[in-house]
Design a protein around this ligand. Structure first.
Ligand code: NAP
Length: 290
């Protein structure tokens, strides 16, 4: 790292467990270098039972901003003085900003996904959406689809009850038609517009797996988004591409949720040309097999 740490350097970081495989330090330290900001971003592994102490310690140490990852995105809410509207609706926080009174929480996953969709000319408004999976990531996708006025949202999940909970949560905030199916009922779906694959199925090293193997499914929609970015094209995306469907992976979502957090910490809006440069630098350094 070219950046030099000195007495004025401010600290940013990530709390979670595990944190060893994160690329967030690369994203944030590259942004700091590019923008000549005197910050250093470090991962902090927080053991179960230590979340409260970690937040209190970070506050005492004037840590300017934190990202929060698994398994603390929900639990951390009780440690905060305030949460943003998206974070409240999603029920999870992934970004904390220091204030003298305590940390304020945000969820930049939905905003990161939105920016990545806009960059790739994918529009949710008025479209019929299928979300595969109903975990943490699906919650952000669902709220984004609600807020962007999707025509309908169908949630398909192994545990149908969790899909129903997600649908109920979306409807609590947005007036959108929702349907819920078990993953074994996927053949009941008629034609729609955009599929969001939000399960970890197909993620490296299990790249041969695909949550949807039914051939017919791939004849029913025009755009496939997989939140996984390693591999760059999952089996799900490859299958979609074979069927002439437009595809997008989760790399830009990950990158832009980080960018959005950085903008919140610094109260700035980073110019698109800088964002493109940093994005390409990151793609080069993690050696993604594009
Ligand atoms: P999660 O909360 O654990 O949810 C996992 C979901 O996948 C659940 O709906 C689960 O179904 C389903 N699932 C898991 N294994 C399954 C299997 N073998 N068969 C059928 N369904 C299965 O995980 P998450 O936090 O949402 O993350 C999911 C994926 O999104 C991960 O690959 C993660 O890396 C990715 N992600 C990417 C970004 C990004 O910025 N690109 C951001 C967040 C997450 P049940 O409800 O039945 O258990």
């Amino acid at each position: 790292m070219k950046q030099k740490i000195n007495g004025k350097t401010k600290v940013l970081g990530l709390i979670g467990n595990p944190v060893e495989h994160t690329i967030s330090p690369l994203i944030h330290n590259t942004l700091s270098e590019k923008l000549c900001k005197d910050y250093v971003y470090v991962p902090f592994k927080v053991n179960r039972g230590n979340l409260s102490k970690a937040i209190e310690g970070a506050k005492a140490l004037n840590v300017t901003g934190l990202n929060v990852t698994v398994p603390y995105k929900e639990e951390v809410i009780t440690e905060l003085i305030e949460v943003s509207l998206f974070a409240k609706q999603i029920g999870a926080v992934n970004t904390l900003k220091y204030t003298d009174d305590g940390y304020v929480g945000y969820n930049t996953d939905a905003e990161g996904l939105h920016k990545s969709l806009l960059n790739n000319d994918i529009v949710i408004n008025n479209n019929d959406i299928v979300i595969i999976g109903a975990g943490g990531a699906a919650k952000a996708v669902g709220i984004l689809c609600g807020s962007e006025n999707a025509n309908s949202i169908t949630i398909v999940n192994r545990t149908k009850e969790k899909a129903q909970n997600l649908a109920n949560n979306i409807k609590k905030y947005y007036n959108v038609k929702t349907n819920v199916l078990g993953i074994d009922e996927i053949d009941r779906i008629s034609s729609f517009d955009i599929a969001f694959q939000t399960t970890p199925i197909g993620m490296s090293p299990n790249t041969e797996h695909n949550p949807i193997i039914e051939e017919e499914f791939y004849k029913k929609f025009h755009t496939a988004v997989d939140l996984i970015y390693n591999p760059y094209k999952t089996k799900f995306l490859l299958k979609a591409q074979e069927n002439g469907i437009k595809i997008l992976n989760g790399f830009e979502m990950l990158y832009y949720q980080g960018v959005r957090a950085y903008e919140i910490w610094n109260d700035i809006e980073i110019k698109q040309d800088i964002l493109e440069d940093v994005k390409n630098q990151i793609i080069d350094s993690i050696n993604l097999d594009i």
